[in-house]
Every structure is written in C-alpha cells, then in structure tokens.
Design a protein around this ligand. Structure first.
Ligand code: KG4
Ligand code: ZN
Length: 342
C-alpha cells in the first residue's frame, strides 16, 4: 500500500511589488516557487506606486497560480491549505493576494491561514536548512524592513531591534536615485562598490555606537545629499563604496553584538539586502572571529517570495493546528509579534 503523501500548501505573497505563488509539500519540499517582479514597472516612478502594484497583482496572480501548479505537476484540487500574506505591507496589494487566497480556499472548502510576512522571512532559513533550527538570531534586512529578531524556537520571536526610520535597502535605493541609478538600486550599488574606494568619504554610522540594537539610515541619506551638493564631481563608484561601507559596518556591528548578547551560536540573514556581496563577506568574517555561524539562504528565498509564506502556513496549520476564518483583514503595519488569533 502506498504511504499517504504529505499535504500540499499553496502560498501567495503580494505585500509589495512581487507577485509570488508557491506549492510546498509537507514542511519543506518545495515543488514550485514562481515570482513575478513588477520592479521594471515602478522604475519609471523611482519607487513603488501602491495603486499600480495592486492593479498589476490583480492581472498577474491568477496566471501565476496556474504556472505554479503546472510547475509542481499537481492540480488545484490536490491542495490542502491556502496560506497568504496578510501584513505588513501595502494595504491594496495585500488585499489582492488575501482575497484571491480566501477565494480558492472557499471554493475548495479547505483551511485558510493568513501569514505575517516577517515570520515568512525567518522561514526562508527553515526551507534552506530544515535540520539547523532555532535557537538563532535573525537579521531581516530588505527594502521594507531592518530588524533583529531572536528566535528561541519557530513561532516564538523577540524583536531585539529595528530601524527607527528608513530600512537599509530603502536608504540604498534612495541614495541610488541621487546618483542616477534605476530603482531598485541595491544590486548596482553592490557592483559599483567593488570598483570604488570605501575609504574615499567617511559617511556617518548613525546609531552604530548607541546602546541597544535599533538602526537608523535616514541620516546617511542626508549626508550623501550634502556631500553631493558640495562635491558634484565625486566619483559615483566611491560614493557607492563609501555608503556601503557605512551600511555594512552598522549591520555587522549590531547583529554580531545582538547574537552574542543573546548567547546564540548562529546568525541567519534574510531579505533582499542579504544578497549584498560586501555584507556577506564582512558578516561571515566577523562571525568566524567570534565562533558564530552566519548563514544566508539562497537569494530566491531571501527576496520576497511565496515559498516562505507557504512554509509558515504549513508549520502553523499542520504542526500547530491553526487556521483563520475568511473575515481576516489585511494589516498594513503588522508588527513582528502580532499574529491574528488563529
Ligand atoms: O526582500 P526584498 O526583495 O523586498 C522587500 O521586502 O523590500 O528586498 C529588496 C531590497 C531593495 O531595497 C534592493 O535595493 C535590495 O533589496 N537589494 C540589495 C541587493 N539586491 C537587492 N541591496 C544591496 N545589495 C544587493 N546585492
Ligand atoms: Zn519582505
């Protein structure tokens, strides 16, 4: 007799400008992970336009669901659970994915679970390294978030620090705009920094030496603006390298300190900025010096995706028995600790 296959979860992510759908078998067998990035659409405006994002999610999402099912070689009726992001993010885009997910769950008469996008980022680590679970410290660093979170076990999170103004990726994107780069600018700044001199300009390291684990990046942006006004001929590669040196210094200092303070042996780094080659090298070296294992899931799991959303859904539903009813609303400013009662 054939053993019963583990249940399938359909994950949906539309909190910002990525439309993403994934199919997960059991807790960590990823069958499909499709992402459509709207970045090119928003590049002409220099940032994400919420209404444009919502409309684009509406047109793309049904096709992405079909693509994901085809890639996973399963049919919609094989799905046992729908998990969709319900916050934090842009309320219009969130509403599109949430409504679509609820519609599928209602139509199939299967359970539905709303997922906190921030918990999703942490689960990128679980998908990447299911065997090396908590405890660990997590640095979630992207265009929307910069947070340090202590994870004693999955499902239990202590927010250790977060940005008091801009996220690190957001600051890089805004600085990129000042030097004429297209949105999002992080990857190009990464590349340019390799050619530039990180010591050319000593930009400030806001809050790097302040007690606690909060971050601030908006002062850095202002310093770059003033520097460019005074030195319009400064080489852009030197600006990129010097800005990145500041961002990397701050992130390394705070995250290594937090990992030590909480007596954790592992630091996992997730979110789009985790792709940064300079941050990866500096954190890996700083971790090695202090006996901390620093891990970065593959890029496809670091940037916004639905695999991580499906993974939270599968864990919360199949391991903890949670689900939401279909009245769950999107929560634009959902915090790390907030989880709608399930
Ligand atoms: O996780 P993500 O795709 O979306 C958000 O939740 O924000 O992260 C996007 C951010 C953007 O700010 C982008 O500029 C940044 O990640 N990013 C990078 C790199 N690749 C993407 N920042 C620095 N270096 C990179 N290589
Ligand atoms: Zn994100």
């Amino acid at each position: 007799m054939r053993a019963e296959a583990a249940p399938l979860t359909l994950g949906i992510e539309t909190s910002c400008d990525e439309t993403a759908v994934a199919v997960l078998r059991g807790q960590d067998e990823l069958l499909a992970n499709t992402v459509y990035s709207q970045a090119d659409l928003h590049a002409q405006y220099g940032g994400v336009v919420p209404e444009v994002a919502s409309r684009n999610h509406v047109t793309k999402l049904p096709y992405l669901v079909d693509d994901a099912l085809r890639e996973a070689a399963v049919s919609l009726t094989d799905i046992s659970l729908v998990a969709a992001t319900y916050g934090p993010g842009l309320v219009g885009p969130l509403l599109v994915g949430l409504s679509h997910g609820k519609g599928i769950a209602f139509g199939l008469d299967i359970p539905f679970l709303g997922v906190n996008h921030l918990e999703g980022h942490i689960f990128a680590h679980r998908l990447h390294a299911p065997e090396s679970g908590p405890p660990f410290m997590a640095l979630v660093v992207s265009g929307g978030h910069t947070s340090l979170v202590d994870v004693p076990e999955y499902g239990t999170y202590q927010l250790v620090g977060s940005t008091v103004d801009d996220a690190a990726g957001e600051a890089l994107d805004k600085i990129g705009k000042m030097i004429g780069l297209a949105y999002p600018a992080g990857a190009e700044i990464d590349r340019m920094a390799t050619e530039g001199n990180p010591k050319a300009i000593r930009f400030p390291r806001p809050m790097a030496n302040a007690p606690g684990f909060d971050f601030s990046f908006s002062g850095l942006k202002t310093s770059v603006l003033y520097h460019l006004r005074k030195n319009p001929r400064e080489r852009h590669v030197d600006i990129a390298a010097s800005v990145l040196a500041s961002v990397v210094d701050i992130l390394v200092k705070k995250s290594i300190e937090a990992t030590r303070r909480f007596h954790r042996k592992r630091l996992t780094v997730v979110g789009g900025v985790a792709a940064n080659s300079h941050l990866r090298a500096a954190l890996t070296a700083a971790g090695a010096e202090r006996g901390i294992d620093v891990t970065f899931p593959p890029l496809k799991l670091c940037t916004d995706n639905a695999a991580m959303i499906a993974a939270v859904g599968a864990y919360r539903h199949f391991e903890r028995g949670e689900s939401h009813d279909l009245s769950l609303r999107p929560v634009a400013s959902l915090g790390f600790m907030e989880m709608a009662s399930a």
